[in-house]
Design a protein around this ligand. Sequence first.
Ligand code: HEC
Length: 146
Amino acid sequence: MARNNLNVFSMIMGLGLAVAGTSAGAAADGDSLQQVVERGKNLFMTATFGGKGRHCNTCHKGGGTAMSELPNGKKFPSLSNAAAIFPRYDEKHHRVKTLPDQVQHCVRDALEGKPPAYDSAEMTELVSYLTSLSQGKRIEMNGKPK
Ligand code: HEC
């Protein structure tokens, strides 16, 4: 009996993995973390996501490591600890916001583009790049951007 349950369980797990494996999902199999981070950096510097010609680096200068600046000249903090301060509570929308939520938000509102799906290679790459900027930083959910 226990053995049968286990078999059913592993069958379901196997199906789940098969589905995950065929989804448009994560970065290409076999890519190293470093390769995925590099691709994320490339997206950050150049991808417009079908928007109005802006990319992440238009505002988040120096690949996100320097002080950010809006096209109108208004300055705001860099992304140097961004991955370490999510998840955070979004007071305006009364909900917890994750780093991928923020990426979608910036693509939609700042680039006026089509946000990458949560399970897309682009999302994995951008989140990996952003997280690499926070490597070694103290995790401080709801903390302040620096
Ligand atoms: C037109 C300017 C602009 C562009 C282009 C832009 N952003 Fe942003 N970004 C902002 C502003 C303003 C904020 C802070 C307020 C907010 O959340 O809207 C922000 C906040 C962020 C944060 C959270 C930072 C923190 O610690 O609070 C992340 C992460 C981020 N952006 C990533 C990106 C990524 C990735 C891209 C490219 C897909 C991008 N942004 C493109 C303006 C921009």
